[in-house]
Design a protein around this ligand. Structure first.
Ligand code: AMP
Length: 587
């Protein structure tokens, strides 16, 4: 199929304001395309060239793209730059300039696969002289396409397609296209995606081999597995009531890592499933020295260690290890310790179907004593008092709390359920837990903040069923002046003209942004509010966070990993219960 047809779909998607329409447009399109090009279409819709764990970047900065546009339109780079400044969108600049171009030269229009392969080739071009070669290759591609295609190609190469489709919508659309029913194939598609983290590959297998093909997906070294997540309960006794005798582990506040070992080849993935290996040479060394297994996939939380004080650093320091420069220096200043808590694969055997008890027994067996790789501290108990005591000790030590784990549970990739239950720091009389919100826009500041042009953020929680982001808070505190400025710069890079399709909001911020960054927010309590859309129905108001303040920013979480509306509902109920208990106790 011609790329022009995909560009037309993008145009339609861009015009919609409703997620359901988006879903209809996509499922219609999936019906029309051939099975050879479905993976490319999925990657284009995900706005990436390949899944992020493959670590491939297109590597073309604005200036380079301007040069490509200049080359194929016969304008000077400064003219392109001027038009870019005027329109605020390099895609539109390309579209405007290529109009004339198209009438002069008539070449064969490229297919979706051809456009994809050319961009992939650009991404893979490196080494001496690669800047020039990349510019020429993109100019070559742009000279073959119409104005409309040029607009979307430029936006894609720049990482600013910003259609905001989201994986759940893509999965639903594929299911609808094949079976006529949105949910019918969803469990099979999701399972394959959870194991491979590659939706393009899942689509390719589904369209070529059907559901039978999806069933053959299994854990593989080198492909990150989507991580299991924890539910929450308000107290130690609720936890024991729910899962009985369990393992209670310290909940470290660091970076969740999944480590894949194949002989001496080590790969490290973040919770977002990005490849992080080059950033953590200390963990790579630790795994090589301390793990007694030929092949293994293990998970843990990495926390930076302060050698001067013998204590662990808070999250804000750990996160500074996620950087591309001065890696060795930072590894010396703040070495990481990986508190391992699970093993998913060992010596060519998939362990995800085994119980927690069996898995952790093996984990203990294969870790040699050393500095970097350690086992997460834990107790086994069926007594709420013991659980409570371990929790309090952990809070005293400054960790985030505990995670209780069901002893007989398998590892459920990508799932949040009661196999893992978190209990976090409790604040007397206040909200029991923090909330992860996805930022979808900001308000320009008043008063003191006016000079920074940013005064508050609009935060959303995630409605999993509807695949929508619902507002819950306007957050204006918790950051230093310098951080506000830094955040504004980051958000300006992802700003968009109108409300993102997957955002449901009654408030209009001064600047809308793509849902991309997740911040952890502390609040006094969850209240009911007609101003917000989280949990709002025709006859019920929504939920809001009272006195929200940022606790840590830019977590390694995807927008869809934000706290869900369902969790907020549960937290609201728990909060009411805790208040009642306190009242009864006379506190
Ligand atoms: P939350 O991000 O609040 O939903 O809590 C889940 C996160 O806690 C996981 O994704 C891990 O990054 C982190 N974590 C810290 N310690 C543990 C542990 N012992 N077991 C599982 N997850 C842990």
């Amino acid at each position: 199929m011609l790329f022009l047809q995909l560009a037309e779909v993008f145009e339609k998607l861009e015009k919609t304001t409703k997620r359901l329409e988006m879903f209809e447009i996509l499922s219609q399109f999936f019906k029309k395309i051939s099975k050879e090009e479905v993976d490319e279409v999925v990657y284009f819709c995900e706005e990436k060239l390949l899944p992020s764990f493959k670590g491939i970047e297109i590597g073309m900065a604005e200036k380079m793209i301007e040069k490509s546009i200049a080359k194929c339109s016969g304008k000077s780079a400064s003219e392109v730059s001027k038009l870019y400044k005027k329109t605020g969108d390099l895609g539109i600049a390309a579209e405007k300039l290529s109009k004339k171009q198209r009438t002069l030269i008539k070449t064969k229009a490229p297919t979706i696969i051809e456009v994809y392969n050319t961009i992939l080739k650009i991404a893979k071009t490196g080494g001496a002289g690669s800047v020039e070669r990349k510019i020429n290759m993109l100019a070559g591609l742009l000279s073959k396409v119409s104005a409309k295609e040029a607009k979307y190609i430029v936006r894609f190469v720049l990482g600013r397609l910003r259609l905001g489709i989201g994986d759940p919508t893509i999965m639903d659309s594929m299911s609808k296209a094949i079976t006529g029913d949105r949910m019918k194939l969803r469990p099979d598609i999701e399972r394959a995606y959870n194991l491979s983290s590659d939706l393009g590959l899942v689509a390719d297998v589904l369209f070529k081999k059907g559901v039978k093909g999806l069933k053959t997906f299994k854990v593989q070294i080198g492909s990150p597995i989507r991580m299991a997540l924890a539910e929450r309960l308000p107290s130690a006794s609720d936890i024991i009531k729910k899962i009985g005798k369990c393992a209670v582990e310290t909940k470290y506040d660091g970076l969740r890592l999944q480590v894949h070992k194949k002989g001496d080849k080590i790969e490290i993935f973040s919770r977002n499933l990005e490849i992080m290996t080059p950033m953590f040479p200390d963990i790579v060394q630790g795994i090589k020295k301390q793990i007694r297994a030929k092949t293994a996939i293990l998970e843990g939380e990495a926390v930076a260690f302060n050698e001067a004080t013998g204590e662990f650093f808070p999250f804000q320091v750990t996160i500074t290890r996620k950087r591309k420069y001065e890696i060795e220096k930072r590894a010396k200043e703040a070495p990481l310790v990986l508190f391992s808590f699970d093993i998913l694969y060992i010596n060519n055997k998939d362990m995800t179907q085994k119980s927690y008890s069996e898995r952790t027994k093996i984990l203990h067996r294969i870790i040699k004593k050393g500095f970097t790789i350690r086992i997460a501290e834990k107790i086994l108990t069926n007594k709420p008092e013991e659980l409570e005591k371990f929790f309090e000790e952990n809070i005293q030590r400054g960790t985030e709390g505990i995670i209780a784990k069901r002893l007989g549970a398998e590892y459920q990739a990508g799932a949040r359920n009661f196999n893992w239950i978190k209990l976090k720091r409790s604040y007397r009389g206040k909200l029991q837990d923090t909330v992860d919100v996805c930022i979808v826009g900001y308000f320009k500041g008043r008063g003191m903040r006016a000079k920074f042009g940013i005064g508050a953020l609009l935060g959303c929680v995630y409605d999993k069923k509807k695949d929508m982001f619902k507002t819950i808070a306007r957050i204006g505190s918790g950051l230093t002046e310098a951080k506000w400025q830094e955040i504004r710069k980051l958000l300006d890079k992802i700003k968009i003209e109108k409300k993102p399709v997957r955002v449901d909001s009654l408030t209009k911020p001064d600047v809308w942004t793509q849902p991309k960054y997740v911040f952890t927010v502390m609040a006094d309590e969850i209240t009911k509010s007609p101003m917000h859309t989280a949990g709002k129905t025709k006859d019920k108001p929504g939920y809001a966070l009272r006195f929200p303040r940022i606790k840590s920013w830019i977590r390694d979480k995807k927008p869809e990993d934000s706290t869900s509306v369902k969790e907020i509902e549960k937290m609201f109920k728990m909060q009411k219960r805790v208040k009642t208990i306190r009242f009864v106790k006379g506190k």
